[in-house]
Design a protein around this ligand. Structure first.
Ligand code: FE2
Ligand code: FE2
Length: 262
């Protein structure tokens, strides 16, 4: 099977570049399953019903989130009611789904969303439990369900924490991919155990921006030291994703490539 994984979608320009290209990619690459990180899809801050519906209309099988969980009040009820919209499973102060199991092409596919603890800025650490033990706990449950593939979106800042997670899970899952930094890394690889890995998928969002924010404001914040209100950039987007291919006989990952549009 072929899995398309799209990194943090930032605002309208991120949504537009997916909309304009997704059909071509799916047809050309023969994509079977799509995972999209939607944590910045609502104008850079969180997700609302509108953006969630758009991402599903583009073909997302599962949407994952990250630290941008609390910005949109209406999102709370979405987290509770939509089982294909995941929030990190190790968030302790919100009700939602941290894992989803779907069936496609006769395969049982699990997606897990986790959040890191290292260097997450002013994000409330009290409400994050240990992602490593949480991952193992979920995987033990998934083994009972006899799932064929497990994909893990590890939403984290620190490269070391992400790589450590990948080795921690290399015998248990199909793919660990990182999100959150909005900058794609070029370390995609297949481990000896048949697991695909990349430290960060990167973002689908405004190219000429600072991680999706208006560059003028982001620069001025650094230069002046003042807390000027951030605004999401509306500059044209670039597209950052990975495609993971699996062998349906062995259920192992056999290839991972970055698929980008500038
Ligand atoms: Fe993000
Ligand atoms: Fe994030």
């Amino acid at each position: 099977m072929k899995f398309l994984i799209i990194g943090d979608v930032v605002g309208r320009s991120g949504l537009n570049i997916i909309k304009n290209n997704i059909n071509d990619i799916v047809n050309k690459e023969k994509i079977d399953f799509i995972i999209i990180n939607g944590e910045n899809s609502a104008n850079g801050r969180g997700i609302k019903e509108r953006e969630m519906k758009e991402l599903f209309s583009f073909g997302a099988d599962v949407i994952t989130m990250g630290n941008h969980l609390y910005y949109r009040k209406e999102a709370k009820k979405l987290y509770e009611s939509v089982d294909k919209l995941l929030i990190p499973a190790n968030i302790t102060n919100l009700v939602g789904h941290g894992v989803n199991i779907s069936e496609k092409n006769g395969k049982k596919i699990a997606v897990i969303n986790l959040i890191g603890k290292v260097g997450m800025g002013d994000f409330n650490q009290e409400n994050i439990s240990d992602p490593f033990s949480k991952a193992k706990e979920i995987i033990e449950e998934l083994k009972k369900e006899k799932v064929d593939y497990i994909f893990v979106d590890f939403h984290a800042e620190a490269t070391a924490e992400k790589i450590a997670m990948s080795y921690f899970l290399e015998n248990d899952v199909t793919c660990v991919f990182g999100t959150h930094t909005h900058v794609q890394t070029s370390d995609e690889t297949i481990y000896d155990t048949g697991m695909a890995y990349i430290t960060d998928v990167g973002m689908c969002g405004p190219k000429k921006s600072v991680l999706g924010l208006k560059k003028e404001i982001a620069v001025a914040r650094f230069v002046t030291g003042e807390k000027i209100k951030y605004e999401c950039s509306e500059n044209p987007g670039w597209f950052r994703s990975i495609i993971v291919e699996t062998d349906d006989k062995t259920n192992k990952a056999i290839s991972i490539k970055r698929y980008n549009i500038d």
